[in-house]
Write a protein that binds this ligand. Sequence first.
Ligand code: NAD
Length: 481
Amino acid sequence: MKVLNLINGVLSPASSNKWLDLTNPSLGKVYGQLPRSGSDEVELSVSAASSAFKSWAATPVGERAACMSRLADLVQKNADMLAEAESRDNGKPISLAATVDIPRAEKNLRFYASAIQHFASESHLMEGVALNYTLRKPLGVVACISPWNLPLYLFTWKIAPALVSGNCVVAKPSEITPVTAYLLSTWVKEAGFPDGVFNIIHGLGSEVGDALVRHPKISAVSFTGGTTTGAHIASVTAPKFKKLSLELGGKNAAIIFSDCDFNDALSTTLLSSFANQGQICLCGSRILVEKSIYPRFRDALVAKAKKMKVGDPMDPSTKMGAVVSSDHRDKILASIELAKSEGGKILCGGGTTSPEGLPHLENGYYIQPTIIEGLSPNCRVNQEEIFGPVVTIQPFENEEEALEMANNSVYGLAATVWTNDLKRAHRVSSELETGIVWVNCWLIRDLRTPFGGVKSSGVGREGGFEALQFFTEPQNVCIKL
Ligand code: NAD
């Protein structure tokens, strides 16, 4: 498997001919290569995008939307192949890639192909004096940088609003999971995008990613990834007054009140803890349970987690696959050791494993679903993002304490609240310092709604018209009457 860059409509390796290895996490084996691009590729792609901008920005909205719809058709047509590629590259169960990642990638493209045609700007009439109307103009050349956990899903979530609103894009997928973005790049011409409008370059974040965000012709950066990387990008781009959208880490709380629907809360919390091996920024990694039901809920959750079988990601019945890399596996294991040193009791899991009866997978990066209790809310394991199949569980006395514990975090991405008391649901939701709250559910997503976090979880919002606003600059025109 050889991944290539897409620059000005041409698929090519890095000019240095340097390569990075692609690893299959389920086997712990190298299975291909991707270009180790650098500032040459940034220069070439930004220059191609700059040349293409004027004409793309002037292309009627309907035509831009049609290119995006055709790209969505190609994703749909190749969905099975994309799901297999995503699972191989990331270690996630193929069932998840086939039912969540790839269908959602297609939906992202279709959603923005449609949304741009309903996007409107405002006018303000000053009777007898003047008429103001606000144009929304594309920004120029923008950078879209995405992480490895939901590779094509998060990649398309950025490039779709950027392109339909008339920008030219230089996108950089994660070097850990570049394959589905590469496959997408092979269909960009067929979808009808003119050369230079949509470029995809591969390589290390610290090299090609850094050169991209620093490039003077990049007018905006849409980034999803870790908080430390986001802070670095902000420090480089803010003094240049580039527009920034940052979707960063999380340490989300699941708050379970005693009046909840117990079985619903239990099965969804299992999912919100371990889906995609806990590698979703929206996973609930701090489970807070009202004292009166704490022992019953804890024991039932542990029993369910113990039954979860880590399996071959390519087996359609597998619910839990491999974590993304050996480095990430080691980081997760170090967090489990830290939990022990902080006085945590491992209720289940706590180490590596490998799918039963499949010796060819024994070098893969598998971690058991792990639940830890007995840690204080302020300890490092309850404060730092782990981003793996590891959760903590803690009891709370009352609503006030639950809120205090949930908000005791530098992060503020999402929370779930489990209660059948509607007034409490509203009260607690409005007091939570997060960008997203789910009540009696998790991960239900309406693409029209704002998505993003507060505090160290990010700046700005994606989703719906918010993303179209981000990727356009308002210009007010005032005409004297
Ligand atoms: P990461 O920050 O290491 O990398 C993300 C992307 O940034 C990659 O493409 C990487 O190559 C690039 N990058 C790295 N250094 C860069 C630099 N100096 N300049 C420009 N680009 C650079 O994150 P990751 O490990 O790929 O992803 C996991 C993180 O992403 C977790 O913290 C998770 O919470 C977060 N995440 C957040 C959301 C959200 O919506 N808030 C969604 C998914 C993942």
